[in-house]
Design a protein around this ligand. Structure first.
Ligand code: SF4
Ligand code: SF4
Length: 373
């Protein structure tokens, strides 16, 4: 489905950085960490985001069923769609009890459509109350499930009708979630829907909804019409930045988000990937703690990442980025603008993923390139 984020490898990295801060060791360039924090706004933002470095995530497929059928859905690619559903709330409660004991503090409930199993969502929430649900928004999730809720938007209603086989989808999504503090809408840019983003963001703004941006990232062996080209990556970046500037109350995004997610190189090529699927080390961080559970409560280390069966060489997914980019603090301490960009990215991801977290004003107002590119 359409979800997810980061975890404790950040803590390892950040703990190292705290040591560097206290010892005033130079970082990768001429700057010490203390130098980077001399700007009051930067120091305050650092203090704000570092409170959340305890987050340690895993993800869970809640149902193999979906009330939609979208072109390019990664859930219905690969083996995970064929597992049995475990519909026993007690079994999920037990699993989450064990997950809590394992140190998991943030859960992402996704694929295929979690709103079809509200009793399971409630059981999960009662055990681990911090997390997020990725849903298509057709069916409202009960308020007693207090997770953040991401509602996937792939274009205007005409496009949704064509690509997702759903009529009046945006209206139904807004009717279900406008005014709900749990909700963040997620607009996925693909090759064909770039011009529709304006219309969708206007609707979001007029309904006082929050929205962030995602990039279509092709499932393995995908050959459909949604994949980006160099030209559509450029165009998407321009539209993202324009909408971010014009609708600051509605759009949760930063310049750096736009730069790294529309780069010609995928996130994997820019930063590598800490998820078990692409990270053989189980010694620390996500490689040690992250699991991607299927609906029968099994998991497979070789397939475990936030968007399984997505092609790493096309991975620009917002959920992947919120782990991949966030975990690369050390790469972003080379100079103040890189660090500010990284802080904007982390501030954005927390506002998108953590209920009650308010995004601050972006610190960096230009298109800083990823370090080394
Ligand atoms: S709503 Fe999500 S899970 Fe369902 S078919 Fe579409 S992309 Fe797949
Ligand atoms: S698709 Fe590849 S690069 Fe993206 S999160 Fe999964 S393993 Fe990492």
């Amino acid at each position: 489905m359409c979800n997810h984020f980061e975890s404790d490898r950040t803590i390892m990295v950040l703990n190292n950085t705290v040591v560097q801060l206290s010892e005033r060791l130079p970082l990768s360039g001429e700057w010490t960490f203390s130098d980077l924090l001399k700007d009051t706004r930067v120091r305050e933002r650092w203090e704000k985001v570092r409170k959340y470095f305890f987050l340690r995530e895993s993800t869970y497929d809640m149902a193999t069923r979906c009330n939609m059928r979208c072109d390019g859905c990664y859930y219905y690619n690969g083996e995970k769609q064929f597992t049995e559903e475990n519909l026993d709330p007690a079994a999920w409660r037990d699993l989450f009890h064990q997950e809590k004991a394992r140190g998991i503090t943030f859960v992402v409930l996704a694929g295929a459509e979690p709103s079809l199993v509200p009793d399971l969502l409630q059981a999960c929430y009662d055990e681990i109350p911090l997390g997020c649900i990725a849903t298509n928004g057709l069916r409202r999730i009960p308020e007693s499930v207090g997770y953040k809720i991401h509602i996937s938007v792939w274009g205007n209603d005409e496009t949704s009708s064509r690509v997702r086989k759903a009529k009046n989808l945006l209206k139904k999504q807004v009717d279900n979630y406008a005014g709900d503090p749990r909700a963040a809408f997620v607009y996925t840019f693909c090759r064909n829907n770039i011009d529709e983003a304006q219309e969708v963001v206007e609707i979001m703004a007029s309904n006082k909804c929050k929205i962030t941006f995602n990039m279509f990232s092709a499932p393995l062996n995908y050959s459909g019409e949604l994949s980006h080209t160099g030209e559509t990556l450029d165009k998407t970046r321009t539209v993202m930045l324009d909408l971010m500037d014009r609708y600051p109350e509605s759009v949760l995004f930063s310049h750096y988000n736009a730069v790294v997610h529309t780069h010609t190189s995928s996130l994997y090529r820019l930063f590598s990937c800490p998820y078990p699927r692409m990270n053989p080390s189980a010694a620390f961080g996500l490689g040690r703690s992250f699991r991607q559970y299927r609906t029968d409560l099994t998991w497979d280390r070789d397939a475990a990442c936030c968007v399984p069966d997505t092609d790493c060489n096309d991975c620009r997914h917002y959920a992947a980025g919120s782990s991949i980019v966030t975990s690369k603090l050390n790469r972003h301490t080379a100079h103040p603008e890189a660090f500010k960009s990284w802080l904007d990215y982390v501030d954005t991801y927390l506002a998108v993923w953590v209920k009650g977290y308010e995004k601050g004003e972006n610190l960096c107002s230009h298109r800083e390139q990823p370090p080394g590119f």
